[in-house]
Write a protein that binds this ligand. Sequence first.
Ligand code: URA
Length: 431
Amino acid sequence: MSEQFDAVDVIVAKRDGHRLGDAQIDWVLDAYTRGVVADEQMSALAMAILLNGMDRAEIARWTGAMIASGERMDFSGLSRPTSDKHSTGGVGDKITLPLAPLVAVFGVAVPQLSGRGLGHTGGTLDKLESIPGWRAALSNDEMMRQLEDVGAVICAAGSGLAPADRKLYALRDVTGTVEAIPLIASSIMSKKIAEGTGSLVLDVKVGSGAFMKDADRAGELARTMVELGTDAGVHTVALLTDMSTPLGLTAGNALEVRESVEVLAGGGPADVVELTVALAREMLDAAGRPDADPAAALADGRAMDVWRRMIAAQGGDPDAPLPVARHQEQVRAERDGVLTALDAYAVGVAAWRLGAGRARKEDPVQAGAGVELHARPGDTVRAGQPLLTLHTDTPERFARAHEALTGGVVVDPQGVAGRRPALVLDRVAAG
Ligand code: URA
């Protein structure tokens, strides 16, 4: 069969700064999925997009073509409206765990199709898999039934959603083209639109532990994704939130589950509670429940009830003890002063090296490994006081974890106590 276009012509057009036509975009993604456009040609096109960008209509078409490469889910048969949340990923970001059951309390179904972690940010499925018996893989029927009965489901995304993205993302990962905003936005939004949620709240992280290190680029990514969602008929809002320091006091799978359960029990670190409630308000608002009071449902145990049912529905035992790593080591303050920096990236890499994350997607993770924080930026500390506890099953990993933290933990004798970065930095909605 003769092809409608030539891959080289498409690459050259973008290389020379031209916009791609609808038919070119549809063809190139379809032909790439079929194996007609080769990896090296798609790599060159991805680099041309990174360097020369795409306009709003091109990004929308690119996203549509990625959606068309696979199946679309349909929640319209449910008796409840649906709302979903996506985070661009951060260190200690366990918010999905308390958030999904919290929103479900108010009769809004939350279909959270999640992934496993790669690199220094953890994956939601890895965290939940530290709960004995819990299973990530559900059929579409099981998922629908759980959404109707419990209201919330967190499970593995099937391979049928946007397969072109799966192939392209793996290629971007090894060709230095992950950072292109049109490609990140279309990658995330193609999966969310194909998933079929009625509304979507995006948590776009900014800072050392995030994809986007500066607020300008994070804002551009947020605006691009909000436009894509809106154009596709999904009510989409984004919050820009700080990721210069980890969220909460834990980074690591079972450690983060434990902290999430504390939040669901009405306690837990203030920043985790603040962000969970802020995102819940946005999701409930977008799903037509503006009068709901998520802070009350977190404090009075209603969200905990849904959590327990959600975990049990997927075979997990919400009362089972969580795994604990076999070895611990502490990092102590070297002097009196104020903790002025606890760098998210440094803590994320330390947790990863301790065994909480993986370097290749087939690697196993240690359920108990990670980093526990005993102080937050802005706290006054004394020499010798423990600042962090490192957890691992394999003590030969401690040295590399300590190395990762070098320069990332700063105690300043002249530091100003109580100075903390704001958590929610901005909100982006359809204009
Ligand atoms: N997450 C995705 O799913 N895709 C990207 O391109 C980046 C983050």
